[in-house]
Design a protein around this ligand. Structure first.
Ligand code: HXC
Length: 257
């Protein structure tokens, strides 16, 4: 792996994945995205991982897709390369992914944070879809996910001007769940990962699936999906353990079965 670093964490069951192309502000070239996909698929199969933290560095989460790689491509080149199939597969990761964001999260970088399940931001984080400034538009979900996250008016403003959204505003509009000082964002995300990793992995997976379903369906269908996943938790040893532990006034131990 040239552009992705996976670090063993002291925290049990939490994997830290770092985008590691710092000189280019973690611009997302195709190799990086393929490595990220391979990493996510490997972690998804690893029973010792129950939550994933995805981060860049203090200066940049990622400044977008690699403009130098795209600049001279034709529409047909782009179609045939079909880079978005990589993105689509990353989206299928079953384990929860927390984006720990500092500095620039722009274009594809912003879209990648929005493909994660929770975003923790440092005070220096800057989100944006500046594609309009280079004569194109978001292509990895920005027009859809940003609009759902911050509402139509703000999304239009950002996407039509390329302006950045500060961490403070990102919190105000509900794009991120927490903003902390730059020294703390990674720690905060790892702590959150640790807390999620203490829950039943079966229930976490089913809950993630059900929340995501709310973006894809009408209410009736979403409620039916949730209900089936709720029933399904009763097939797990973890549900039995969780409820038994509550009644016996002790902490549950989850096996992931
Ligand atoms: C390729 C990039 C890059 C990018 C930065 N770099 N962003 N290279 N693709 N998206 C490179 C610069 O060329 C430079 O390398 C080095 O990183 C440092 O960047 P600077 O511009 O010198 O830094 P600074 O002046 O601090 O400005 C930071 C910045 C600016 C505001 C983030 O770099 C910027 O505007 N970047 C592009 C942001 C953008 O438009 N993103 C959307 C991309 S399109 P050299 O070697 O030249 O010094 C997109 C479509 C998504 O994401 C579709 C789905 C895949």
């Amino acid at each position: 792996m040239d552009f992705i670093k996976v670090t063993e964490q002291k925290e049990p069951f939490v994997a830290l994945v770092e985008l590691n192309r710092p000189k280019e502000l973690n611009a997302l070239n195709r190799q990086l995205m393929l490595e990220l996909l391979e990493t996510m698929q490997t972690l998804d199969k690893n029973d010792n991982v129950r939550a994933i933290v995805l981060t860049g560095n203090d200066q940049a989460f990622a400044a977008g897709a690699d403009i130098k790689q795209m600049a001279d491509q034709s529409a047909i080149d782009m179609l045939m390369v079909d880079q978005f199939s990589t993105w689509d597969q990353i989206r299928k990761t079953k384990k929860p992914i927390i984006a720990a964001v500092s500095g620039f999260a722009l274009g594809g970088g912003c879209e990648l944070t929005m493909m994660c399940d929770i975003i923790i931001a440092s005070e220096t984080a800057k989100f944006g879809q500046p594609e309009i400034k280079i004569g194109t538009i978001p292509g990895a979900g920005g027009t859809q996910r940003l609009t759902k996250a911050v509402g139509k008016s703000k999304a239009m403003e950002l996407i039509l001007t390329g302006r950045f959204l500060s961490a403070e505003d990102a919190l105000f509009y509900g794009l991120v769940s927490k903003v902390v000082p730059v020294e703390m964002y990674l720690h905060e995300a790892l702590q959150l990962g640790k807390e999620i990793a203490q829950q039943s992995p079966v229930a976490v997976q089913l809950a993630k699936e059900a929340v995501n379903r709310s973006f894809e369906t009408q209410l009736d269908e979403g409620l039916a999906f949730e209900r089936k996943n709720f029933y399904l938790t009763f097939a797990s040893a973890d549900q039995k353990e969780g409820m038994k532990a509550f009644i016996e006034k002790r902490k549950p131990t989850y096996s992931g079965k």
